[in-house]
Ligand binder design. Structure first.
Ligand SMILES: [Zn+2]
Length: 273
């Protein structure tokens, strides 16, 4: 599942090809992909718009157009591919943006969980989904006292709180597992019982883990510009995620897998007491 670093990687890859390109037509084969406005309005409004910039907020990809922002969430399997205009649409390609270059930017999603919104520029920050997002990991307002305030009423596991996009935007399951391992915090610890020193470690490790992953994505970006499409997935150097039964790289104890808030959770029982 794409998390913040993967979306950042996709954004950078798409930027090179999309800035200053005009959308001259749209082929939409799966209308449910469009959350707002209606599919018909979406197509009507976006045709004729030029792409001026690409941004990211949490796990949302933002395309800045003349009058609108196109928001795209890749969810589980979403990716972007470039095709030549008129190429047959693959059954997993749900929308094609026809560009003024004769190329088509297509959104491909085998699971069909991804969603798009087209929202007027002046309203985009004050409406869902962006208004519901918490701080970016590198925001200077992300401090121990910010987290204390957000977590003081929460008795849910800290792991679950890290996945809450209204607290810190962009952390998904893989990096939540890694951040808690590096911070030496047990994933099931109640959110309101995490100490200030531990919150400080969470902030530091969140920034560290996500920065490392973005750098890694950047170095391997070329392979995602092939016909396989831009999905931002890359070989990750993970300590605990997916390592059930393997020895902890710090202490040798066997990594355990449990379920926390319905999500696969990996941790070292000795390092994360
Ligand atoms: Zn360990």
């Amino acid at each position: 599942m794409p998390e913040l670093p993967e979306v950042e990687t996709v954004k950078e890859a798409l930027k090179k090809k999309l800035i200053n390109r005009k959308i001259v037509g749209v082929l939409l084969s799966y209308p449910k992909l469009i959350e707002t406005p209606t599919a018909q309005e979406f197509v009507h409004q976006i045709v004729g718009e030029t792409i001026h910039n690409l941004e990211r907020r949490g796990k949302w990809l933002l395309l800045e157009l003349d009058h609108y922002y196109l928001l795209s969430h890749l969810r589980m399997e979403g990716r972007y591919v470039f095709r030549t205009q008129g190429d047959d649409m693959d059954k997993h390609e749900h929308i094609a943006f026809i560009l003024d270059t004769g190329e088509e930017l297509r959104y491909k999603d085998t699971r069909k969980f991804g969603r798009m919104h087209l929202i007027e520029k002046e309203k985009v920050w004050n409406l869902p989904p962006l208004i519901d997002l918490g701080l970016e990991p590198w925001d200077a307002h992300l401090t121990v006292s910010y987290l204390q305030k957000k977590l003081k009423q929460k008795i849910i596991p800290i792991k679950t709180s890290l996945l809450d996009q209204s607290i810190i935007a962009g952390i998904g399951n893989i990096y939540a597992n890694e951040i808690l391992f590096l911070s030496k915090i047990k994933p099931t610890k109640k959110s309101n019982q995490v100490k200030p020193k531990e919150l400080e470690k969470i902030i530091q490790n969140t920034r560290q883990v996500l920065t490392d992953a973005i750098i890694k994505g950047g170095t391997t970006i070329r392979s995602y510009e092939s016909s396989e499409g831009v999905h931002g997935r890359f070989q990750q150097n993970l300590f605990v995620h997916g390592k059930e039964g393997e020895p902890c790289r710090y202490c040798g104890t066997t990594i355990q897998k449990i379920t926390v808030g319905g999500r696969g959770t990996y941790y070292c029982p000795k390092c994360q007491k």
